[in-house]
Ligand binder design. Structure first.
Ligand SMILES: C[S@@+](CC[C@H](N)C(=O)[O-])C[C@H]1O[C@@H](n2cnc3c(N)ncnc32)[C@H](O)[C@@H]1O
Length: 204
């Protein structure tokens, strides 16, 4: 891994996704989490201040060691215990049907085999478990999605494998989830990076 990917990018992401607009979204997405929670793509722990007190414990998965360092202060200050349980969402070292809620925020764009990762999340959720998510992805507007397709190769190189053009709702639905609620919207900024999928999916 290059110095840029290992050291610079996690810090860039921490700043870029650490603003007030993102905090408001994180608070909405974390609302309703409870019990045993799995967070895939834990990054620098920007969701930690938003975990509700109904969460018993968070099991965190992320390959980025610099992200862990950046998260250390947030984790130490958290009333909700956070335990790192793995480094790769493709293969979760977590018992089947042991998790009440899973959380992913701006991560399904980056995981190389996203079907496999979502299938793993589905496996570890209890039968009445839910996945809470907010992700950027493929816009329904052809003028935007054409640009997303064009720009994705560059985006992947610059931002650690991030795809602009993944159809997040289809990916969630085709890995066995039923989308219970979802809002789509553009954040401020270039439309190619700004189309959001925010919602909750049930283990169907
Ligand atoms: C754009 S960052 C988002 C971080 C965090 N979820 C947030 O909202 O700030 C994407 C994260 O996905 C993580 N990631 C990449 N590949 C992964 C994998 N195979 N399994 C789990 N996480 C992965 C990266 O290390 C990074 O922390």
């Amino acid at each position: 891994m290059s110095l840029y990917q290992d050291q610079v990018l996690p810090r860039l992401i921490d700043v870029a996704l650490g603003g007030r607009d993102f905090a408001r979204i994180r608070a909405r997405v974390a609302a309703g989490l409870s019990g045993e929670v799995l967070e895939v793509g834990f990054g620098s722990g920007l969701n930690v201040p938003h975990y509700p007190s109904t969460v018993r414990r968070v099991q965190a998965v992320d390959p980025a060691t610099t992200g862990r360092k950046l998260a250390a202060r947030r984790v130490a200050a958290s009333p909700v215990p956070v335990e790192y349980v793995g480094m790769d969402g493709h293969c979760l070292p977590v018992d089947t049907a042991s998790i009440d809620h899973a959380l992913v925020t701006w991560t399904l764009c980056t995981i190389p085999d996203v079907d496999r990762a979502l299938t793993e999340v589905h496996r570890v959720l209890r039968p009445d478990g839910e996945l809470h998510f907010v992700e950027h992805g493929r816009s329904p507007a052809p003028a935007v999605s054409r640009w997303q397709d064009r720009l994705t190769p560059l985006q992947r190189r610059l931002f650690g494998g991030c795809h602009l053009n993944r159809p997040i709702d289809d990916l969630v639905a085709r890995t066995g989830f039923e989308i219970a609620a979802m809002e789509n919207y553009y954040l401020r900024g270039p439309k190619a990076v700004a189309y959001m999928f925010e919602g909750v999916a049930a283990k169907a």
